[in-house]
Design a protein. Structure first.
Length: 256
């Protein structure tokens, strides 16, 4: 059971790998995941990230095999680490692409929803399975689905605990593209490389805007813009973008 990290140029590939368990994450993997994303957030050489799973699966959620009988304190620790993991993925100021094959279930789906962009193979399948065991969705799933789908569609998916296939997920806007299995990682790398060449400071700020847009009024949001744009005007990437536009060439952004 492990979380593997591979760096290719400016892109980091984070792979969940627990054979035989559809990459369900253990307590140890929760810590690995959030620590990995926190470290990648501070790595200036990494400008884009791909999150994927090994063994023909994405992630089937929390591994129930390592739960056993738990005290209240132990259960609360599990939840804190779960939330820390999701916040580390969603809060990183770099673009994150979920490359999904096979099962993307329970809190595993929450990991994918925390990413900026999701692509998948036709074999991908999604489920908020918590209702089958008398739980509510966790790891921010309802917040994400309500935001992406609206309450009625999100409720139907959560209450029914049914499987959503890849075609439906694409139709609902939960996926950007469907890619054949043998091209999934190649396409994810193409997208990540393109994002890594962008003005990553501005991308990180835009991520903050998308997060804030859910909670702020228009006036409050415009105030947020008011603080961001003057700051970005002082960056190397902005000056490079202006120069490239004047010189009719492609910009060379450095994330500075």
């Amino acid at each position: 059971m492990t979380v593997r990290v591979e760096k290719r140029a400016s892109t980091a590939i984070v792979t969940l790998d627990q054979p035989g368990r559809a990459n369900a994450f253990t307590m140890a993997m929760r810590e690995e995941i959030w620590r990995t994303f926190e470290e990648l957030g501070e790595d200036d050489e990494v400008r884009a990230i791909i999150l994927t799973g090994a063994n023909g699966q994405f992630c089937s959620g929390a591994d129930t095999g390592d739960m056993g009988h738990q005290s209240t304190a132990a259960f609360l620790r599990r939840m804190r680490w779960l939330h820390r993991m999701v916040k580390a993925i969603g809060g990183i100021r770099k673009p994150v692409i979920a490359a999904i094959d096979g099962a993307c279930v329970g809190a595993g789906w929450s990991l994918a929803l925390a990413c900026d962009i999701a692509i998948a193979t036709p074999n991908a399948r999604f489920c908020q399975s918590f209702g089958r065991i008398g739980y509510v969705p966790d790891a921010g799933a309802v917040w994400q689905l309500n935001r992406l789908l609206g309450p009625m569609r999100a409720k139907e998916i959560v209450y029914s605990a049914r499987m959503v296939d890849a075609q439906e997920a694409l139709r609902l806007g939960l996926l950007l593209e469907l890619i054949e299995i043998d091209r999934l990682m190649a396409r994810a790398m193409e997208m990540a490389d393109a994002l890594a060449q962008g003005p990553t400071l501005a991308t990180g700020m835009a991520k903050r805007q998308f997060e804030a847009a859910q909670a702020l009024s228009l006036d409050q949001f415009l105030e947020l813009e008011f603080t961001m744009q003057p700051l970005l005007a002082t960056t190397h990437d902005h000056q490079e973008g202006i120069a490239a536009a004047r010189e009719k060439r492609s910009p060379h952004f450095q994330g500075l």
